[in-house]
Write a protein that binds this ligand. Structure first.
Ligand SMILES: Cc1cc2nc3c(=O)[nH]c(=O)nc-3n(C[C@H](O)[C@H](O)[C@H](O)COP(=O)(O)OP(=O)(O)OC[C@H]3O[C@@H](n4cnc5c(N)ncnc54)[C@H](O)[C@@H]3O)c2cc1C
Length: 468
């Protein structure tokens, strides 16, 4: 039996941010996820854009939380050493209809409190991005749309939450909840968690947790986004994030640098029934290449190093679905569709405010806490293999293991230990970048497996190579 003030279901970027916030506030917290690692759902498969919220619906909760989250996450990333590239974005209009939409988008940015967007004519657009395809009519510059390392964000929140006392219960599916006057009892495979308050941050499973509590306010429809990852040699082709004119359903197919030095093309937007279908399809990839050829023709001649897909938790509502049921001591955090990485810290702040307003009190005092220092994984950061002081302190940081991504043995070793130790090779990839380069582990995979098996005492055969 684990007794806590708050149980948070879902250890994606949102659940980890909520657990961190509440643990620092003095709550005893259990953070539960059915997966064996934090951030193993939608949060591991996004585009890593730190959005301004310029194109969100003015007056919506999403608009407010994305704008606030951008500032909070920028400061957090700086304190934690998480890579951010201040690239800016350029939204490009390719035809009459798209060109006609730009003034309204500028007005929308203004209505969202974002005042730095600016219209550009065709010559300005081309001088910003000389490799654009022919036919770019005009554009909208959004200088504060940046890219961030999304994996380190979730890991940092979880690390800080655990440091502030939260209990992380992984590989723990929540399927039965008994709620009553005394709070909630979550009946789990190995134990029972009794919590005064329940926060549902279950992403694609949020409507199902909601239904266990008797609520039927929204239904999740997974919206798949497939992406292509181009090799670092493509990075020279663009300076900014290249955005299309968004529609009501999707922000559209973008071309974006990553903090790891690659270029992303995607995502698609396909409504599915299967909440686990993260397959990449021929049709999806062909569509992306068609869109990419128009925006940046030279890109499609570059090498593709990986493909992946993530599922947005879209609902029948356009806005976030964050609701408090004070009587039931329950907060539901659903429908965090396309912007949850950016808004995560603001969502957490909002949830904490709702709980406070409902009179929730915590069993402990507020905890003094600072963001953990995360491994420097960004292409523009000094990696351990480039750092004479790190190498002098421990020669394992000077021994290359993954040559494509310049990862040392010391980093892979470190990823296998501590409160947030990687549970599998996917976890090692997200913590170190090992096997994420152009060979995708072809050369280093066996050595990485041997080292991880050695460090964790696992059977090398059980460590299968998993996709990112
Ligand atoms: C293709 C794509 C591109 C995107 N690009 C961006 C971007 O550039 N910028 C941005 O800000 N956002 C972006 N997003 C959105 C962002 O990734 C999501 O909003 C965010 O990751 C949602 O986080 P979450 O914690 O709500 O969900 P998740 O990460 O899915 O976490 C929910 C967790 O709940 C767990 N869970 C579910 N049911 C149960 C249960 N019954 N018991 C226990 N655990 C359970 C799951 O295992 C999962 O780990 C993108 C999304 C996609 C798909």
């Amino acid at each position: 039996m684990v007794e806590v003030d708050v149980a948070v279901v879902g250890a994606g970027v949102v659940g980890c941010a909520v657990a961190r916030h509440l643990a620092i506030d003095g709550a005893s917290v259990a953070l539960l996820d059915r997966a064996a690692d934090v951030g193993d759902g939608t949060s591991k498969a996004n585009t890593g854009v730190l959005h301004t919220g310029f194109d969100t619906e003015p007056g919506s909760l999403e608009s407010r939380l994305v704008a606030r989250g951008h500032g909070l996450l920028t400061d957090y990333a700086a304190a934690a050493g998480i890579a951010v590239e201040r690239t800016g974005a350029l939204l490009v209009a390719w035809d009459d209809e798209q060109e006609a939409a730009l003034p309204a988008l500028l007005a929308k940015a203004d209505a969202n409190g974002y005042a730095s967007a600016r219209l550009l004519d065709a010559a300005e657009v081309r001088s910003c991005e000389p490799h654009l395809g022919p036919g770019a009519r005009s554009g909208l510059s959004v200088p504060d749309e940046w890219v961030i390392d999304p994996w380190s964000v979730t890991l940092a929140f979880a690390t800080e939450a655990v440091g502030a006392g939260a209990r992380l219960l992984l590989a723990t599916p929540v399927e039965k909840i008994v709620s009553g006057d005394g709070g909630h009892e979550l009946e789990l495979p190995d134990c029972v968690v009794r919590a005064q308050w329940l926060v549902n941050a279950a992403g694609l499973g949020a409507d199902r947790i909601d239904a266990l509590l008797g609520h039927h306010d929204f239904t999740v429809t997974p919206r798949r986004g497939q992406l292509l990852v181009f090799d670092k040699l493509a990075r020279r082709l663009l300076c900014r994030i290249l955005l299309p004119v968004p529609t009501a359903r999707t922000k559209g197919v973008l071309v974006s640098p990553t903090t790891w030095g690659n270029v992303l093309l995607g995502p698609t937007a396909e409504d599915l029934e299967d909440r686990t279908d993260t397959a990449s399809t021929t049709g999806g990839i062909e569509g992306l290449l068609r869109a990419g050829r128009r925006v940046l023709p030279a890109l499609v001649d570059e090498e593709v190093t990986a493909v992946y897909a993530g599922l947005r938790s879209a609902t029948e509502h356009r806005d976030y679905q964050v609701r408090l049921d004070a009587g039931q001591r329950y907060v539901s955090v659903g429908g965090i569709r396309s912007t949850g990485l950016t808004s995560s810290l603001a969502v957490a702040e909002h949830v904490a405010g709702l709980l406070d307003g409902a009179g929730a009190g915590w069993s402990g005092p507020a905890v003094s806490s600072a963001p953990p220092v995360m491994p420097p994984l960004g292409e523009s950061q000094v990696r351990p293999l480039q750092d004479p002081d790190r190498i002098a302190s421990d020669p394992a940081y000077g021994t290359p293991l993954c040559h494509c991504e310049q990862v040392s043995r010391g980093e892979v070793r470190d990823a296998c230990h501590g409160a947030l130790a990687a549970a599998d090779l996917g976890g090692v990839r997200r913590r170190t970048r090992a096997m994420n380069g152009r060979c995708q582990g072809f050369y280093c995979g066996a050595e990485v497996v041997a080292l991880v098996a050695d460090e964790t005492g696992s059977d090398p055969g059980s460590l299968t190579r998993v996709p990112r």
